[in-house]
Design a protein around this ligand. Structure first.
Ligand SMILES: Cc1ncc(COP(=O)(O)O)c(C=O)c1O
Length: 339
């Protein structure tokens, strides 16, 4: 095992030994190839560079107390990457090859697998892009899939801390019939101005509203939004948000804990009725929200007034983390153990 300072690792890139690549040419995917290079050789006219024909995924491998490496709902990431590929007209990377590439890249980089109890995990980043050359706007005939891993530290060092969010009213991340439901790079490029403005204002991130009416909550930067009131977990339904696998899982956990769940449009004014609010995604699982500022109305919505995360959010968080690390039995069938 590498001797890294696991507890203090950032959420950033650290070089590991190997990555896996695979090329689609003449209408079919080739064999998985192992590479020790951190670089790719790319055609100057590749559609991934010019026309944003690219998609990516993000998931984590967790070390259990039993010394076994666990993957969480990787099939959902494989399926989402197929949907994203279709969204920008790329060749789909098959689920079975996705599984093989994941298992192989983790196995080859086992020494970077953070130990149980450190809070750190092995982040897995699959990427798919148009590598064939085109000058006119059209899909490439060649694609490259690759997957690398990098160890990442606990998102909240020293315990879960509530964060402040800024509602964004002057930038749209995605349009109603656009690509917001896909995990494609263009959405992230479109969100950068808003995220930077929020950070410069001292906020952890931005909350995007629906682009058409600016009435409903879409999502929180690179995470989904949820609010809790009267034992009900409420999360936005929108045609322009990424369907978070963490959110899907929290909904199931909430139900199993006897909570009601609602997936529907969430008007901004409803923020004042929630007792708890949070952002959810693979990186932090749950970031409880302390305060939301809406510059459009000058309203401030406050939660966690004592500075502590809400009890129901923490219950959901602890349950999901316990399943991921194998501390609690996985009765949902979400975990794949790598043997
Ligand atoms: C825009 C966006 N929304 C939500 C999420 C959370 O999704 P997941 O829970 O699958 O990580 C992510 C992260 O992948 C994201 O980039």
């Amino acid at each position: 095992m590498e001797t890294l300072d696991w507890k203090n690792l950032p959420f950033g890139y650290i070089k590991t030994d190997y990555n896996i690549r695979c090329v689609y040419k003449n209408g079919k995917w080739g064999k998985l190839e192992v590479s020790s290079s951190e670089y790719i050789d790319i055609h100057i006219a590749a559609t991934g560079l010019h026309y944003g024909q690219e998609a990516f995924e993000g998931l984590k491998a967790y070390m259990g107390k039993d010394g076994k490496i666990r993957l969480f709902r990787w099939e959902e990431n494989a399926k989402r990457m197929i949907s994203s590929a279709d969204g920008v007209k790329m060749a789909a990377f098959p689920v079975e090859l996705f599984r093989e590439a994941l298992f192989k890249v983790i196995d080859l980089n086992k020494k970077y697998m953070p130990p149980y109890g450190s809070g750190a995990t092995l982040y897995i980043r699959p990427l798919l892009y148009g590598s064939g050359a085109e000058v006119g706007v059209k899909p490439a005939t060649e694609y490259t899939f690759l997957v690398f891993v990098t160890p990442v530290g606990p998102y909240f060092k020293g315990g879960v801390k509530p964060v402040n969010m800024l509602i964004c009213r002057d930038v749209d991340r995605a349009a109603p019939f656009g690509t917001g439901i896909y995990k494609v790079g263009g959405n992230y490029a479109a969100s950068m101005r808003a995220i930077i403005a929020a950070r410069e204002g001292g906020y952890a991130n931005t909350i995007f509203l629906d682009a058409l009416e600016k009435k409903y909550i879409d999502e929180c930067g690179p995470a989904n939004f949820f609010g809790i009131k009267d034992n009900t977990y409420i999360t936005p339904k929108s045609e322009s948000i990424l369907n978070s696998i963490t959110n899907m899982s929290l909904i199931e956990i909430a139900k199993s804990l006897g909570m009601k769940t609602e997936r529907r449009q969430v008007p901004v004014e409803e923020l004042s009725t929630f007792t708890e609010a949070g952002a959810c995604g693979t990186a932090a699982i749950i970031s409880p929200i302390a305060k939301i500022f809406d510059p459009g109305t000058n309203k401030v919505y406050e939660y966690c007034k004592n500075g502590e995360p809400g009890a129901q959010s923490m219950k959901l968080f602890n349950k999901l983390v316990a399943i991921q690390s194998g501390d609690e039995p996985d009765r949902f069938g979400w975990i794949t153990i790598l043997d």
